[in-house]
Design a protein. Structure first.
Length: 543
């Protein structure tokens, strides 16, 4: 990790540090002495590793050294300016593009107040330089980077587009000078530009063809092509698919979000998805898209699977990595979304996930939602949903009233309309669970008493008609498309996911409990393993 500390104490004149101009040299010296020697050595060594393609060394520098130096020296201030770093590393163009990507990413993540408009513009054009370098080459570029860096690079690219769209939507806070700058750069962070970059990376890598062959048990290298056989292009292509999943979800196009992953079996760990943050982000957006498409069984399966993975691999997220906070945030969001799905579509899930929902604040929220608290549904949704965007940014003449919240208001309204249709179903379900047969009139009277107004008047005939409509709604809502093993994410079969079934015969409701028994064997195995682990720890302490 600390190899860069040794052997780089030479004269930096070799890297063009001094210009011969006394004023410029004094400014350089002032900056030079402000930057710790350890950081200077790190940057030079970092440049050399990039130039020589030392991937394993770069992985250590990127995952450990950069975060450690950031914590020690740049917790609340930017890394050194590019002009200073350029004099230090000999103006290596490729390294400078990569350095600026990290430099701007740090400003977005750590600097109070976030990036300025000028920094947002410079970051965009730096991404243009990077992707032009990678995509315009006639043969694969001689660049090797760790897979984690490639994932975070694509993820940050989409995030910065999202951040800029939200920044531009906050119209009242813009000065005339800001609008003049924005209008002069009207293609800046344009959604078509972002889509074009991601699709170009996908096409260049032949990743769709590779995934299709891989899914059928073939050799993906047979269709990879010149660029796709190169690790840089292959992984950027795969991560771009996940970036497109996220982008389409932010724009509210859930069908297209799932469709971009049509050659990926989303419920199965792929050899390409070995980056935990990528797996978690993929599951979050896939699960959310399923939920908005009313495919609750698939959403529950997706959320449960990844939350179980997170529970079992907590140690992987112990270190304060770049995306540590994002992983924790998405985990909490997925628990909220899972709670919503289980209220709307109850079914058995893994005992350990169920236990987490019981122990934390989710239990109280689920209780309120089960009793028809629409405000709690809305609160959980707005907390857990992505920060939606409009594909059409406002112009300078657009009325400045709450434009930034328009997209999320629209998506929330769509979701709440669905919830409103199911408002009575939890109450009906609670009554049906108590009986094997129940007269329609009796259930109608129960429902009327539950919803009776202050004057106490109600009409049994109307109540029975209303109840019949709700029972038909119950049947309809509990039946949705469910993914089948081996199919793409959009394919599936209509199935009923209700834990109870019923039919009406001559105004008599006949109820059958179809609830699947808990798998007690799995439960006891987990507890036995947990006790064995505790015993080992106690034994170690005694020794």
């Amino acid at each position: 990790m600390d190899n860069y500390e040794q052997g780089y104490n030479n004269d930096y004149d070799d890297y063009g540090a001094h210009t011969g101009d006394p004023n410029l040299d004094n400014e350089y010296n002032r900056q030079y002495y402000d930057v710790p020697e350890l950081v200077n050595n790190f940057l030079i060594y970092f440049r050399n590793c990039v130039k020589e393609g030392l991937v394993f060394e770069l992985q250590t520098l990127y995952e450990q050294s950069w975060p450690k130096l950031t914590e020690d020296y740049f917790e609340k201030k930017p890394w050194p300016e590019e002009t200073y770093v350029a004099t230090l590393v000999g103006s290596d163009p490729v390294f400078m593009i990569l350095y600026k990507e990290l430099y701007f990413r740090h400003i977005y993540a750590r600097i109070q107040g976030g990036p300025s408009l000028e920094q947002r513009i410079n970051s965009f054009y730096n991404y243009c330089d990077l992707f032009n370098y990678i995509l315009s080459a006639e043969e694969p570029v001689p660049l090797e980077l760790p897979d984690l860096w490639l994932w975070e690079l694509i993820d940050e690219f989409v995030y910065q587009y999202q951040s800029f769209a939200q920044y531009k939507a906050r119209l009242p806070k813009k000065s005339p000078q800001d609008w003049e700058t924005l209008n002069a750069n009207n293609k800046l962070w344009n959604v078509l530009c972002v889509l074009n970059v991601l699709h170009s990376l996908v096409d260049k890598s032949n990743i769709k063809e590779q995934l299709e062959v891989y899914a059928s048990g073939g050799d993906p290298d047979s269709v990879s092509g010149e660029f796709g056989s190169h690790s840089l292009y292959k992984m950027l292509g795969y991560f771009s698919l996940v970036g497109l999943l996220r982008l389409h979800s932010l724009l509210g196009d859930y069908y297209q979000a799932i469709k971009v992953l049509e050659n990926i079996e989303v419920h199965k760990k792929s050899q390409y998805a070995h980056i935990p943050a990528c797996q978690i982000s993929t599951s979050y957006y896939v699960g959310f898209a399923y939920m908005m498409m009313r495919r609750y069984s698939d959403a529950i399966r997706t959320f449960s699977s990844i939350l179980l993975f997170i529970q079992r691999t907590k140690q992987l997220f112990a270190s304060k990595s770049y995306q540590h906070d994002q992983i924790n945030k998405q985990t909490d969001q997925m628990y909220h979304l899972l709670a919503i799905c289980l209220v709307l579509h109850p079914q058995c899930i893994d005992e350990s996930i169920q236990q987490t929902l019981r122990e934390k604040s989710y239990h109280e929220k689920m209780y309120k939602m089960q009793y028809g608290d629409l405000q709690e549904f809305e609160n959980c949704f707005t907390l857990a949903c992505p920060k939606f965007l409009s594909p059409c940014p406002p112009s300078g003449e657009y009325p400045p009233d709450e434009y930034s919240k328009e997209a999320i208001k629209h998506q929330t309204a769509v979701f709440m309309d669905e919830v409103q249709q199911q408002k009575m179903l939890p109450t009906i379900r609670s009554y049906l669970k108590l009986y094997t047969t129940l007269p329609l009139s009796k259930l109608a009277s129960f429902m009327a008493q539950n919803n009776r107004s202050n004057d106490g008047k109600w009409d049994l005939k109307k109540e029975m008609q209303s109840l019949t409509i709700h029972l038909l709604c119950f049947k309809h809502k509990m039946k949705n498309v469910v993914w089948l093993k081996g199919a793409s994410g959009l394919e599936g079969k209509f199935q009923s996911g209700s834990e109870l079934d019923f039919y009406i015969d001559n105004e008599m409701i006949h109820i059958a409990d179809t609830k699947v028994a808990h798998r007690y064997g799995d439960f006891f195995i987990r507890k036995i393993l947990k006790f064995e682990e505790l015993n080992r720890k106690l034994h170690h302490i005694k020794i």
